[in-house]
Design a protein around this ligand. Sequence first.
Ligand code: XBP
Length: 233
Amino acid sequence: PLEAVIFDVDGTLAETEETHRRALNETFAAFGLPWFWDQPTYRRLLRVMGGKERLRHFIEHDRPERADAALARLDEIHAAKNARYGAMARAGSVRLRPGVARLIAEARAAKLRLAIATTTSLPNVEALLVSTLGPGATELFEAIAAGDSAPAKKPAPDIFLLALERLALDPARAVAIEDTAEGLRAAKAAGLATLVTPSFYSEGQDVGAADAVFSSLGEPDAPARHIAGKGAG
Ligand code: XBP
């Protein structure tokens, strides 16, 4: 029987990428870098998973002429982006996608265990969960596998395998929910049944390997409910 649901974060729980993009562009300006990622650029770069890996790819492929100077500041630029993103998330600029709050509440009511497997950094995940689901939100998830805690980012299966290891669970007893082709590949390689709900940036990607594809996880226009702390535990 099904025992756990493992959620991706960016694009699946919430449409976070426009906030990441805004935080990035503001960071570039603050660092005096003459870079601007518009939507088509970001859509292309999103195929490289992980914010730091994506920046590295951009510097090496799109701005190779001054790559050394930029690469030397890579960690600093990425940390500054995440600080901005965290502040934006805490200020409420990201909402859960429709149906996500209900799905989490219903999964808990059905005694399913919840986990997260994401490429994004842990503080970003925490900021998002707390601002959308309330102060106790991180405790809703038994395992939060994020960012650099696994050796390789998606589409490698590592982050899903880490979440499964922390749950001490066989992949046959869990389902993953993803929004991208890369995330789907990662979940499938970890042996998980996978539902895909395409997001703003992943719409049109080939997700034919999914066990099911949903345009949305729930009712359109429903307000996100704050469920953390209410009858938790
Ligand atoms: C999406 C990503 C992330 C975010 C930025 O990950 O690739 O890199 O775009 O976050 P997922 P960071 O779909 O697995 O949640 O800059 O913290 O990496």
